[in-house]
Design a protein around this ligand. Sequence first.
Ligand SMILES: CN(C)CCSCc1cc(N)cc2c(=O)[nH]c(N)nc12
Ligand SMILES: [Zn+2]
Length: 371
Amino acid sequence: EVSITKFPADERKIIAKAHDKYKKARAGIINTRHGQIHTPAFMPVGTKGTVKAMLPESVQTTGADIILGNTYHLMLQPGAKRVFKLGGLHKFMNWSKPLLTDSGGFQVMSLSKLRKITEEGVIFNSHIDGSKFMLSPESSTEIQYLLGSTITMAFDECTPYPSTYEQAKSSMELTSRWAKRSRKAFYSRDGYGQFGIIQGSIYNDLRLKSALDLIELDFEGYAIGGLAVGEGQELMFKVLDYAPDLLPINKPRYLMGVGKPADIIGAVQRGIDMFDCVIPTRSGRNGQAFTKYGVVNIRNSKYKEDNTPLEEDCLCPACKNYTKAYLHYLVKVKEILGAMLMTWHNLMYFQKLMLRIREYIAQGKDFDFIS
Ligand SMILES: CN(C)CCSCc1cc(N)cc2c(=O)[nH]c(N)nc12
Ligand SMILES: [Zn+2]
């Protein structure tokens, strides 16, 4: 069994670049019980045990090494105990590679109307049928165990933006207390890991304190939370100019909820290894295709007789077998195949971006390309 995070020295290429911007970029491999994750990595989102409009084997052909599941949604339906009884989330959704599950707090705050934050945890009413639930560091960690997650996220409070210094301080301190309880509740096994999530909003001393508190708990990896919450790219990069350096250099760093290609490139340049974002899947279903020519809004009438593919050299089914005119039509008439093809292309696009970034880092080349 190989431990979950092993950036083998020879496989990890940190190449000091000619100028500052790139010296923090790194390419590596995370070894887990369910296979390797090549970093920098983009993790497609499979909130309810499926990457929407995709078969798992199709997700695999795009090059994804790991996908995201979600504690909040799966605990409400079909229920963590039921998934466990059925053999775990890997078997349930027929995905045998690594799975990362978010700890649920973020979704409670963004999805359930009635909720109450206490020291114990978050009490909330299901957004489905209003029934009462509690998510705590212990219950979140147990749910992720029952799901069989390869990478379990500590239960945190995502500090909203904007927050005053005082608000961010008490929120970060709650996250530190919850991280300690999450770590204690984690059943550690070879090839599985738990990531702590640092908070502290835009305040560098709070980010430092959060990092120190979590480093003490010796997680297998660390996430930077509380970003991509409306602060904008400039402020996010300002935090990323120092926050990754507060974390152990030999452990994976995951920037939650990010992002557009330009956000990913900027964050990799600042030392981030892992990303997740609904943009390629959600915007694909809404008719937005990411291409090397920029974003194509396929619903635009200029495509209704465009007999060319989204990208002539893309190997995805949408580009190999269909035209923009057909995609335009499918999306306009809301045919399910439209969502499938657009999603497939976008996921392929994001994985190709990550592959190019990994190759450029490994060859010591600058990768300032804005995709
Ligand atoms: C499917 N994804 C959208 C959900 C996974 S990422 C969710 C997510 C996004 C952002 N931006 C910040 C945070 C955060 O601070 N903490 C947690 N636990 N999750 C977060
Ligand atoms: Zn394509």
